[in-house]
Design a protein around this ligand. Structure first.
Ligand code: CAA
Length: 294
């Protein structure tokens, strides 16, 4: 199958990045949001990001204009109908994702691939909301999408080999490096990253070091681009908390259990606003500001 048009569901932090790299790689791309103001915000973040690349000389002004020319925003599911692949990056809520997939399964052509950008939910559980169980995969991108090279390509027990190969080729055509993994919560990266981030919080709780020293330790001692607390702020504490809970639910292992302090810090946002929490707009103050008393 030759992918001629790409659909992206959600134009938040991840969806906008995915739409940007797709249009930038030459694909006609349509990105769908639930409302015009979300769409406007997402599209303007794409313009800003492309502007930075122009400033740095990574792309030319013409390439920026061509990329934007290939990109179309919409609030209608129907505009995804003729896409060859739809990458979903909406709120991490299984029920909402299942409903969305059930809707687009009737609209998007049967041969199209559905790919979820979920970081921890089960691909299999989303897949069962559709009839295309052989062409349903995970494609997990990393933040910031325009800069991070990795994509995890996730197959389920029913994904066809041909579709997995297609997805690997497609990810590479976006300028990314794909790795193959299976449908286990957290895939490769979050399986290793989440316990590390949670351990940083535990280390802080136990007085092993301050936020600054733990960050400095990992940056200068291990060469990580960001220390764990900076990364927690970058990923979002709510997001990490949410992923950790899903992983704990799946594996029942202590390393995925949320530290007490993350409970205090993460609090009610998760529960009170459930299920419509939008992690891109409900960000809490950086962890540093909230750790002063510890
Ligand atoms: N588009 C275009 N340019 C961007 C950008 C974007 N979206 N985001 C940042 N940049 C630019 C910055 O403006 C900056 O430009 P200048 O050099 O002109 O200032 C440049 O990229 C480099 O950024 P910074 O100087 O701010 O910092 P940096 O050199 O440390 O690089 C980084 C930034 C690539 C984010 C780097 O810090 C890094 O790799 N951090 C780790 C990120 C990471 O771990 N991401 C994965 C998170 S986990 C995840 O996403 C999965 C999940 O499920 C939770």
């Amino acid at each position: 199958m030759v992918i001629k048009k790409v659909g992206v569901l959600g134009c938040g932090l991840m969806g906008s990045g995915i739409a940007q790299v797709s249009a930038g790689a030459g694909y006609s791309t349509v990105v769908k949001e639930i409302a015009d103001d979300f769409l406007k915000k997402g599209l303007s973040s794409i313009e800003k990001s492309l502007g930075k690349f122009v400033e740095k000389g990574t792309i030319t002004r013409d390439q920026r204009a061509e990329t934007l020319g290939r990109l179309k925003g919409t609030t209608k599911f129907e505009d995804l109908g003729d896409c060859y692949i739809v990458i979903e990056a909406i709120t991490e809520n299984l029920q909402l994702k299942r409903e969305t997939y059930a809707t687009i399964d009737k609209i998007v052509k049967p041969l199209a691939i559905f790919a979820s950008n979920t970081s921890s939910l089960a691909i299999t559980e989303m897949m069962t909301a559709t009839k295309r169980v052989d062409r349903f995969i995970g494609m997990h991108f990393f933040n910031p999408v325009p800069l991070m090279k990795l994509v995890e390509v996730v197959g389920t027990i029913t994904t066809s080999k041909e579709i997995l190969d297609e997805a690997m080729k497609f990810a590479a055509s976006l300028g990314k490096v794909p790795i193959r993994t299976s449908d286990r919560s957290g895939f490769v990266v979050n399986r290793l990253l989440v316990p590390y981030l949670l351990d940083a919080i535990r280390a802080l709780e136990e007085g092993v070091g301050s936020v600054e020293d733990i960050d400095r330790g990992m940056r200068l001692g291990c060469g990580y681009p960001m220390g764990p607390f900076t990364l927690l702020d970058f990923v979002g504490l709510e997001t990490t908390y949410y992923i950790a809970n899903i992983m704990f639910e799946e594996f029942r292992e202590k390393r995925f259990a949320r530290p007490r302090c993350s409970n205090v810090l993460c609090w009610p946002v998760i529960t009170e606003k459930k299920p419509a929490v939008d992690f891109t707009t409900t960000r809490t103050p950086p962890i540093r500001n909230r750790c002063i008393k510890l």
